[in-house]
Design a protein. Structure first.
Length: 150
């Protein structure tokens, strides 16, 4: 059985984001066109489908780490804050983006809350990632036949 551990993250996230674009519950908010993704960024994202890519990336992180809270996910998407002549410091990413993405993934049925542990994937979410991983692996084998032995 193919899992998210068996395929490259970049290909898996792009395949997940294409599938999430077909979901009616995963819709970028109105403010997402203008918002920066954290204090370490100067401009908003340039790609139009960045919201779906972020949701797909969050799904993959929840699959890999089993359970994560909003603060830990924010830390994953953070960066270095430019403080002028002072040394840079690590800063967390945007909490509103993470919260709204998780709320939409909960509405879709892929994520659920676990009291005291943060968010975890539902069986539907695990199945969604495993099926997409299998499709990605099949497309990689078609492109690179030498991968068939793995």
């Amino acid at each position: 059985m193919t899992t998210a551990y068996d395929v490259p993250a970049k290909e898996l996230i792009s395949a997940l984001s294409k599938k999430l674009q077909n979901e009616s519950t995963i819709v970028p908010p109105e403010w997402s066109r203008y918002v920066r993704t954290g204090v370490c960024k100067e401009n908003p994202p340039e790609t139009k489908d960045w919201w779906h890519t972020r949701c797909a990336s969050i799904l993959r992180k929840l699959y890999i780490h089993k359970n994560m809270g909003i603060e830990r996910i924010r830390a994953e998407y953070g960066g270095k804050r430019n403080r002028g002549s002072k040394p840079n410091k690590a800063e967390a990413g945007s909490g509103a983006i993470v919260r709204h993405a998780l709320q939409q993934l909960e509405t879709a049925g892929y994520v659920t809350k676990m009291k005291g542990k943060g968010r975890i994937l539902t069986p539907k979410g695990v199945k969604f990632l495993d099926n997409t991983s299998f499709e990605v692996k099949q497309s990689l084998i078609e492109t690179y036949p030498e991968l068939k032995k793995y």
